[in-house]
Design a protein around this ligand. Structure first.
Ligand SMILES: [Zn+2]
Length: 189
């Protein structure tokens, strides 16, 4: 089981590398890693587990954050209206379009790899379209799909995607973002 101590922190060189493509079909090791990453995110959303293991609540985790420089990440979150669940294990994603329209999380972004005290406003595209290999964590099957994400889940996706490019939210953080409509949310990813 992955714990907070398995997550590397800003200053570690792996967080600054461009992650490498993952071989498909997915190896048993990579599938296991993705399962463990999803478990960590789910544990961090479970009060009992948070109490017991001191997880920081989070909605996503990218492989570089556990010191594996590979293009894969997991996310699990509802959208901002709490209508739909967005639970994805993603391999070799490529964002193929970013909307002109921007947004940001009014409560700021945070990151398990960055000190808890630091949160910041980050400009993101309101809508994105990405070509991804979605992994079924039960069977290990991967399916290439075009994922269209709007609002909050799209922001989470862009945060995780940045990890694969060696970019942290602190690199992009602003004091305030005038003239952009925010999403009323803050989060660790
Ligand atoms: Zn992060």
């Amino acid at each position: 089981m992955l714990l907070m101590k398995d997550i590397i922190l800003d200053g570690h060189p792996t967080l600054r590398q461009r992650a490498k493509e993952v071989n498909l079909p997915l190896s048993k090791e990579d599938l296991d890693t993705l399962r463990q990453m999803m478990d960590l995110v789910e544990n961090s959303q479970n009060d009992e587990m948070v109490e017991k293991y001191k997880f920081r609540p989070s909605v996503g985790l990218a492989a570089p954050q556990i010191n594996q420089s590979k293009k894969m990440f997991v996310m699990k979150t509802a959208d901002e209206n709490f209508k739909n669940l967005h639970k994805y294990a993603v391999v070799n994603p490529k964002i193929i379009s970013f909307s002109e329209e921007k947004t940001y999380l009014s409560g700021g972004e945070g990151c398990l790899s960055v000190d808890e005290e630091i949160t910041g406003l980050v400009e993101r595209s309101k809508r994105i379209k990405a070509r991804v290999n979605l992994v079924d964590l039960e069977t290990g099957e991967t399916t290439q799909v075009i994922l269209k994400l709007n609002g909050f889940p799209g922001v989470v996706f862009q945060h995780e995607y940045d990890h694969l490019l060696g970019v942290l939210f602190v690199d992009k953080m602003k004091e305030y973002l005038p003239d952009i409509e925010p999403i009323e949310f803050g989060v660790n990813a």
